[in-house]
Ligand binder design. Structure first.
Ligand SMILES: Nc1ncnc2c1ncn2[C@@H]1O[C@H](COP(=O)(O)OP(=O)(O)OP(=O)(O)O)[C@@H](O)[C@H]1O
Ligand SMILES: [Mg+2]
Length: 1007
């Protein structure tokens, strides 16, 4: 069997794109060790190839079942079966797709399995590489995720690689943004899921907004491979995922702020800080703005939010430009354009009111101010995975960040063939005008030869400039930018054809292979379609193989022609802020050892030079003696640019780290609340939670200064719990070093009575309902508070305090207040809420607070209560209402994109998935858990001494949901009773509900 290890080690020196000499020295040796270390394993896999070849199709699936069983029983680990699994997957690929993974691809696969980043250049076949570790890790029985940058790639890759998985007997499907929750569930039940980072993240957030565990879609976060990992974990990580809904209407303020912004004069009233993407109001500006708004001062509540409104309006006018940072869609929607990829980021919104400010600037009505309902940074989402891996063509420049933030090591995998691409020196012109002229000339000349050109630009606006230039010269071309997203992949796939000219925003069409002479897969699919066949049809493998061969021969011939012309020419029109992005662009040519060429055309007026080297540029022009239309190939300029890029990279890393640090506070809190919430959804220790809350609430109120007099405490007690506490008990509790335990015991005794009156099952439903409602309502309020804390925290800088420390401190305080609010709400209602046991249909499901968006990426536009569902539990003041379930009925789950050949896993209800420990109180020092637990334990002990011995020790975790308690339908007409009604009623007395029946036959039936 061919073994190309020597070839691999030969190329170990040729590290990834554009890696500097120093980095190469330090990194190279380590990298070499990391790759060489895998040699024995690769040899082992190769040795198993004969075995894999000897197996029949059935035996492949049999092996999969066997492996799964062995792993489940703990007889073997994934590492044990790696060689066999990789050998099987390789052979499955040969048989279904006609591709035999190269040894370098095996190395890449192992690196991914180890939870590292595999840096593999464009065209090295990362899509195929991922199938090996995905298959291996799916044998653990847990769903494994492949993360792509867009829906199209998720769909394409799941379909493309699907035949391999089918052959191996594992189920695969892809998540698409327009899928309903019902369509998502079966996808997440597959062994392997393909989807975008946004969809996964939003599904996580939405799951944590659902009111039934059965409606949740995502399960354990065990293993994920992030394709284009730099794009997702670095570029995209600057904007957190936010699900938001309307809060109060502030459109008038946006309008006024916008008008004021237009009256303020740059450098007199405010400064623009282009680098930081910020504006700062100057004294004079603040004064004028205060006058225009008509308030005495912005620094006196409640006017402090005006500063923020006006600064946002100024940013909208002076920093955010239409067709660069955003586009306006036909229906009057401001859509953010990813500055790195040039892709439209539908559904994302700038936070903190900036989006509304831009909408106002554009003369659109600002969408009602959106309030955060759930949010997470991509960093924190992906850090929840037990094992994370990534692959990309360019990771080394960001290796430090990957290591620091995600604990991910980068391993640079040698290319399969030696790189022969020619990277030419930059050519630099004095002015932008001269540069564009030269670019026009160059493209014209190259085009006449027929050599394909890929022109890289840094924004949509600039791609249109190039397009106009070419149109002016009568050169046919395709423009690839965020505006024609759908066609993107198809255009890129053909960018290597003779005479093709594609103008693209940087990295647009990433993930699509540019093959010289034309794209094989694209042509194959077309040929199969024409022959009425479907790729991967296991029945027709022979017919498909014949067509594949025919297309291959055609492609080869066309490839030869283009090779003769010099391969693909990548022409960069400007340097990007990040070196990595430039490297990506260069990497689009010279794949798999092809010849190719890359060159950047720059001018001293380019943004990067203008912003960072204004003065330097002036001097340079003189020193270099630059004259009109004469370019220089100057190392000095190239170095200056590299320094500027480094500065921007560092600053961007700072922004991401800052975001992460800010989110750190929220992350702990989110884990805590979501953890508790998940418990509640799954009915875990409901009663314990409520008892714990009673103890906490009583202790806290007993200690509060204004309750130090017993009367005040008694008033609070009566108001909250609906009955009286004896004066001497209240006195004891509120005295200095007082003892609140008897009060706690008293309340718990009432609680126990209430439970007896209602029955355990109903009680659990009431608990679940109240807990869920309180958690959701208060968490939403908390997020709003945190949002405004964040918006206002910048102001603290004026008072010489570190905003971050302040934010952390106040964030904790707010969280403590949140916990108090939840406790007060739950304990204040649970003894008094009116329950009609007969109308308990759907009890346990509070009304949806927010409607999950159908299809992510699109955020909920109207997440308010929309389906008229009413709470199944009556509020203390009103009668019980008929609560119906909010589960859409009659919705049939739609089959996944690629249904499994046989159900690989029975669709079981999701297993418990709890991101945090079940406890309610965070482990932070601020909350003295031990003390409270002691209090609770003592109170319980006392209560047990006082009350009946049969008090249940632990809450039922099962319990029928919804209908069917012991008091069933027969009691439908009964009046609702409160514990007060039941005081002193004996079993043989007439029931106080007025039914005329004996209590033991009526409301007392279950006691
Ligand atoms: N072992 C193999 N044998 C033959 N062809 C292969 C093999 N592996 C990959 N290819 C082909 O190489 C091409 C590039 O694959 P792929 O798109 O997965 O590359 P990539 O590394 O993901 O590139 P990019 O960085 O552009 O996303 C595909 O057309 C694929 O069919
Ligand atoms: Mg790819």
């Amino acid at each position: 069997m061919a073994f190309d290890w020597d070839k691999i080690t030969d190329r170990l020196g040729s590290l990834g794109e554009g890696v500097g000499k120093t980095l190469k020295g330090v990194f190279g040796a380590r990298n070499e060790r990391m790759v060489k270390r895998l040699e024995p394993l690769v040899r082992k896999i190769n040795a198993l190839e004969t075995w894999a070849k000897s197996l029949t199709a059935e035996q492949f699936q049999e092996q999969t079942r066997l492996f799964k069983e062995q792993v489940a029983k703990g007889e073997k680990t994934l590492d044990d079966i790696l060689p066999e699994a990789f050998a099987l997957a390789r052979e499955a690929s040969v048989r279904t797709l006609g591709m035999r993974p190269y040894d370098v691809q095996l190395v890449g696969g192992i690196v991914l399995h180890e939870g590292k980043i595999a840096e593999m250049m464009t065209g090295e076949g990362k899509t195929l590489v991922a199938t090996l570790p995905l298959y291996l890790n799916a044998l653990s029985g847990k769903t494994v995720y492949l993360v792509t940058v867009n829906d199209y790639l998720a769909r394409r890759d799941a379909n493309w690689m699907g035949p391999i998985y089918d052959y191996l007997g594992v189920a695969v499907a892809s998540i698409q943004s327009d899928m309903s929750p019902w369509e998502r569930q079966p996808v997440y039940l597959c062994d392997i899921v393909y989807g975008t980072n946004n969809e996964y993240g939003f599904d996580y957030l939405r799951d944590n907004m659902k009111t039934r565990a059965e409606e949740q879609v995502q399960r354990t976060l065990s293993f994920a491979i992030v394709d284009e990992v730099d794009s997702i974990l670095v570029d995209e990580a600057r904007t957190p995922l936010i699900i938001s809904g309307p809060a109060s209407d502030t459109s008038d303020k946006y309008k006024l702020a916008d008008e004021i912004a237009q009256k303020l004069v740059k450098d007199e009233h405010f400064e623009v800080k282009e680098k930081e993407r910020a504006v700062a109001l100057l004294e004079a500006g603040i004064e004028l703005a205060e006058k225009l708004v008509g308030v005495p001062s912005f620094f006196v509540p409640p006017h402090e939010d005006w500063l923020h409104f006006i600064e946002n309006a100024l940013r909208a006018h002076h920093i955010y430009h239409r067709d660069t940072e955003y586009v306006v869609e036909g229906d009057g929607e401001v859509v953010i354009v990813d500055e790195f990829t040039g892709r439209k980021m539908s559904g994302r919104r700038w936070s903190d009111g900036l989006h509304q400010a831009v909408e106002t600037k554009e003369g659109l009505k600002p969408r009602q101010e959106n309030q955060t309902l759930a949010t997470i940074t991509l960093q924190n989402y992906f850090r929840m995975f037990k094992k994370l891996a990534g692959m990309t063509g360019t990771a080394i420049t960001e290796a430090g960040e990957f290591h620091k933030i995600y604990g991910l090591d980068v391993v640079s995998i040698p290319t399969n063939m030696p790189i022969t691409r020619e990277d030419h020196e930059d050519v630099v012109y004095r002015t932008a005008g001269e540069k564009w002229k030269a670019i026009g000339n160059e493209i014209t000349e190259v085009h006449q030869k027929g050599q394909p050109v890929l022109v890289g630009t840094t924004s949509i606006e600039k791609s249109e400039t190039v397009s106009k230039l070419l149109t002016g010269r009568g050169i046919p071309h395709e423009v690839l930018n965020a505006k024609n997203h759908e066609r993107e992949a198809m255009i890129v796939a053909r960018a290597g054809e003779k005479g093709s000219i594609v103008v693209a925003t940087n990295m647009a069409g990433r993930g699509t292979d540019i093959k010289l002479g034309g794209n094989f897969e694209y042509r194959l699919n077309k040929a199969l379609e024409e022959a009425g066949l479907v790729a991967g049809d296991l029945e027709k493998l022979d017919e498909i193989a014949a067509i594949r061969e025919r297309v291959r021969v055609q492609c080869k011939a066309d490839e030869q022609v283009v090779l003769g012309l010099g391969g693909l020419y990548v022409l960069g029109t400007e340097r990007h802020e990040a070196r990595r992005i430039d490297n990506q662009l260069r990497g689009r040519t010279g794949r798999q050892g092809d010849i190719g060429k890359s060159r950047f055309f720059l001018s001293l007026e380019d943004d990067l030079m203008r912003i960072f080297y204004r003065d330097w540029v002036k001097n340079a022009m003189e020193r270099l003696g630059m004259t009109e239309d004469t370019p220089i190939e100057s190392g000095m300029v190239t170095r200056a640019i590299a320094r500027a890029q480094k500065k921007v990279e560092d600053r961007n890393f700072e922004i991401r780290r800052n975001l992460l640090e800010y989110d750190e506070v929220m992350n702990e809190q989110r884990k805590e609340i979501y953890g508790t919430r998940q418990d509640v959804l799954e009915k875990i220790e409901l009663r314990e939670k409520v008892e714990f809350m009673f103890a906490r609430a009583i202790e806290r109120h007993a200690r509060q200064v204004h309750f130090q007099d017993a009367e005040g405490f008694r008033t609070w007690f009566q108001r909250s719990f609906g009955f009286e506490v004896p004066p001497e008990m209240a006195g004891d509790a509120t005295a200095k070093a007082g003892n609140p335990k008897p009060v706690i015991a008293l309340v718990l005794q009432h609680y126990e009575e209430r439970e007896k009156a209602l029955g355990g099952e109903i009680m659990r439903q009431v608990e679940r309902y109240l807990l869920l409602k309180a958690l959701d309502d208060k968490w939403r309020d908390h997020l709003l508070a945190i949002d405004s804390l964040k918006a206002g925290i910048g102001l603290r800088g004026y008072a010489q305090v570190d905003p971050k420390t302040e934010y952390k401190k106040e964030g904790f305080q707010l969280f403590e207040q949140l916990l108090h609010a939840i406790e007060d709400e739950v304990t204040g209602l649970i003894l008094r809420i009116q329950v009609d046991p007969a109308a308990n249909r759907g009890l346990g499901t509070p009304p949806p607070r927010y409607v999950s968006p159908v299809g992510a990426g699109k955020l909920p536009t109207n997440p308010a209560l929309s389906d008229g569902t009413t709470p199944p539990v009556a509020q203390p003041t009103s009668n019980s209402s008929d609560g119906s379930s909010n589960t859409p009925s009659g919705t049939t789950p739609v089959a996944p994109v690629r249904p499994a050949p046989q159900p690989a896993r029975p669709p079981a209800p999701p297993p418990p998935r709890r991101p945090a420990a079940g406890g309610f109180v965070p482990a932070s020092q601020q909350f003295d858990m031990a003390r409270r637990q002691q209090a609770l334990a003592a109170a319980r002990e006392k209560q047990q001494q006082q009350s009946q011995p049969e008090a249940p020790a632990a809450a039922s975790t099962g319990g029928a949901r919804g209908a069917g308690s012991g008091t069933g339908g027969a009691n439908a007409s009964k009046r609702v009773l409160t514990p007060k009604d039941l005081e002193g009623v004996g079993r043989n007395d007439v029931c106080p509900c007025g039914s005329g029946q004996k209590f033991k036959k009526c409301h007392g039936r279950d006691l």
